[in-house]
Design a protein around this ligand. Structure first.
Ligand code: FES
Ligand SMILES: [Fe+2]
Length: 445
């Protein structure tokens, strides 16, 4: 098998902030995935420090438009101000603690508490109370405010933090904004917005999306067109705890069929006017031909967003895992966003968000997604349990494949037999993720 593998260095540009895979060797023990105490330590020392993604800027069109992000036992309102800024407030009335908003999104002139009718302005100021003269300690209006959280945006995403003094967002995300800077993500439309409740710990996704070692076993359908072999893949880890992987769009170097144009690869090449027969016996060379064809045909196909991409970006699959729970992965045509969040009570459960964001192809009315063609418009939120999801969609998509494993791995990790992973070098980012998490838990970050 090894003699079929391409040797030599990849030519893909490396980011200057990248560190060579270097891990301390902290154990990845099973209790991290099911122990309530461990989940509470994550809350105390990590979730309350980091930036959370709460939604898309495009969800808030007018002043007063809001989205609510529930995280564990907390609830946060993200609301558009009259001056266009977005601010974040705890969803808690400061009178006697009632939750102000019980819906996921909407638009208001002010937040009126359903309990005693106190009215809070969009800027968090208390504007009106019943019987203001009856407060011996003074009229609360002008005195009380909703409790505010840090809030900022990047790439059309709204971020917020429980941390009163968080690292500035761009510094926290570094170098992801630089790496994705030429994609104009702020103009992308979220055409899929799906949340699934899954019987697994939230860290499954961080682990899973930090390695491509599972691709041959779990996603064999990718073999004809995604090169999952480590010899041709770029792996990078950054000081901020985020990682990057880039896989070439070409038949996998893993098998002796790498020179054959198989049906899926033939389809991709044909779609861009390339005759697959010309690449029989040298199928990987189709990648460069595809870059050239995409460059040449970009304007007439309405793919103006190709203009800002490098040749390699016109084909290859990029994959950024942003610590702790966000994955930004995709192709020139779109960005898959995965976000996992812990269940409020049970570390054996989590929610998995799948968003698909796309740039507008000029003249096109619809765009291809995992769930068929969809219009270029903001998607409605679809929520489901993973069990129901599995039975309601066509089998064989990569999410179902990954999430099925998430549930069986969670059961195995619960066993006393499991003490630590035994990782391949190409899985270094998995241990790195746990070490960054330990840095938070042990006060080093
Ligand atoms: S708890 Fe909100 S007005 Fe009383
Ligand atoms: Fe996967």
């Amino acid at each position: 098998m090894t003699d079929t593998i391409i040797s030599g260095e990849t030519t893909y540009p490396t980011h200057p902030a990248a560190e060579k895979p270097r891990v301390r060797g902290d154990a990845i023990s099973g209790d991290r995935y099911w122990c309530k105490d461990f989940a509470d330590r994550e809350w105390d020392s990590m979730w309350t420090k980091i930036w959370h993604v709460g939604g898309r800027v495009a969800q808030l069109e007018e002043a007063g438009d809001f989205v609510v992000h529930n995280f564990r036992h907390e609830s946060v309102i993200l609301v558009k101000q009259k001056n266009g800024a977005i601010r974040a407030f705890f969803n808690v009335c400061m009178h006697r603690g009632n939750q102000l908003i019980s819906v996921e999104e909407g638009g208001v002139n002010a937040f009126t508490c359903p309990y005693h009718g106190w009215k809070w302005g969009l800027d968090g100021e208390l504007e009106w109370v019943q019987d203001p003269e009856d407060f011996p300690q003074g009229n609360p209006c002008g005195k009380l405010r909703l409790k505010e959280l840090a809030c900022d945006t990047w790439g059309g995403f709204i971020f917020w933090s429980f941390n009163p003094e968080p690292t500035p967002l761009l510094e926290y995300l570094d170098p992801i904004p630089t790496l994705l800077g030429n994609r104009d993500l702020e103009n992308y439309t979220r055409v899929v917005w799906r949340t699934l409740r899954v019987n697994t710990n939230w860290k499954f996704a961080s682990d899973n999306f930090n390695e491509a070692y599972h691709i041959p076993a779990v996603h064999p359908q990718f073999m004809p067109m995604i090169d999952d072999h480590y010899s041709t893949t770029v792996f990078e880890m950054y000081p901020t705890g985020h990682n990057r992987m880039i896989e070439k769009l070409q038949p996998s170097s893993r098998t002796d069929q790498k020179d054959q144009v198989m049906p899926l690869w033939a389809e991709v090449l044909s779609a861009w006017g390339i005759d697959p027969e010309d690449y029989q016996g040298k199928a990987q060379e189709g990648r460069i031909a595809l870059q050239q064809a995409r460059r040449k045909l970009a304007a007439e196909r309405g793919c103006h967003y190709f203009d800002k991409l490098t040749d390699d970006e016109l084909t290859d699959q990029f994959h950024h895992t942003c610590f702790p729970n966000l994955t930004l992965t995709g192709t020139p045509e779109g960005l898959h966003v995965f976000r996992t969040e812990p269940d409020p009570e049970d570390p054996n459960w989590s929610t998995f968000d799948y968003w698909y964001l796309v740039p507008q192809t000029q003249g096109a009315k619809e765009v291809a997604t995992l769930y068929g063609m969809r219009p270029y418009q903001a998607a409605e939120h679809e929520t489901d349990s993973f069990d129901d999801y599995q039975t309601s969609i066509d089998q064989g998509d990569f999410l179902t494949q990954d999430l099925s494993l998430a549930e069986t791995q969670q059961r195995g990790l619960r066993s006393m037999a499991f003490q630590d992973c035994y990782l391949a070098d190409q899985e270094s980012r998995v241990r790195r993720f746990h070490e960054v998490l330990n840095d938070y838990l042990e006060g080093r970050r």
